[in-house]
Design a protein around this ligand. Sequence first.
Ligand SMILES: [Zn+2]
Length: 264
Amino acid sequence: MTSDGGLSAAVSIHIARWAVTGFVALVGLLAGSFLNVVIYRVPRGLSVAKPRSFCPHCDTPVRPIDNVPVVSWVMLGGRCHHCRGPISARYPLVESATAVVFAAVGWGLGPHWAVAGFCVLAATLIALVAIEADGLPPPLSVAGIGTGLGAALLLGAGVADHRWSHVVGLIVGLVVAVALVVIKSPWTSSAPVLLPVGAVLGWLGLASTAEGLATAAAVLVIDRLARGRQVSPDPDRVVISLALASGAVVASVVAVAIGAGVGR
Ligand SMILES: [Zn+2]
């Protein structure tokens, strides 16, 4: 290949990376909007499908024009259009945080099928952490469905791309995480948040690299030390879930930076 060919290939990879980042950031805004529904309704035993979103103060259904992620909340000054009751800043925060995390995943991994799986796992972590921030126990259903979908997407990406070490690592990470939750290991809090963390760390090389094992061990030790003996939700648990989720994201960034990510 000539140097011109190499240059244009480098430029098109750069453009593809920007395109992926922009696209997943937009998807992240919409996903964040859905996460807000999950975060409020699932721990309270309500359906995520029905009814449509409504104002918590006056029960008026939210108009589609008032349901645009982040923009509507800003335009309405954080108030219901009907009764002017305050709407929590948590809604635009979750939407923008999801968009930022999705964008980071898109930028970090570039145009690769693993982006979808990582985004689903990141969204699952955001939902679980936000539910704990509400003082409610993170539901196993949210962790299970999110991790199952994210892991299936990563598995598909790994098989399609012949990334066998990632596929094996993913399976090992999932088995370890499920075992910790199911057997209620005395070594951890057995919180459902371990499921998506196990999938992320596993894919990044739990089975193939010392870094993966060291990161997983550190996560479990932090988890154990901080909330191992606690049963009911309390503010400390939120901090630890956030630490677990951030740890998984940081591990992803470090793994990609040192070349242990999807590119290998
Ligand atoms: Zn209202």
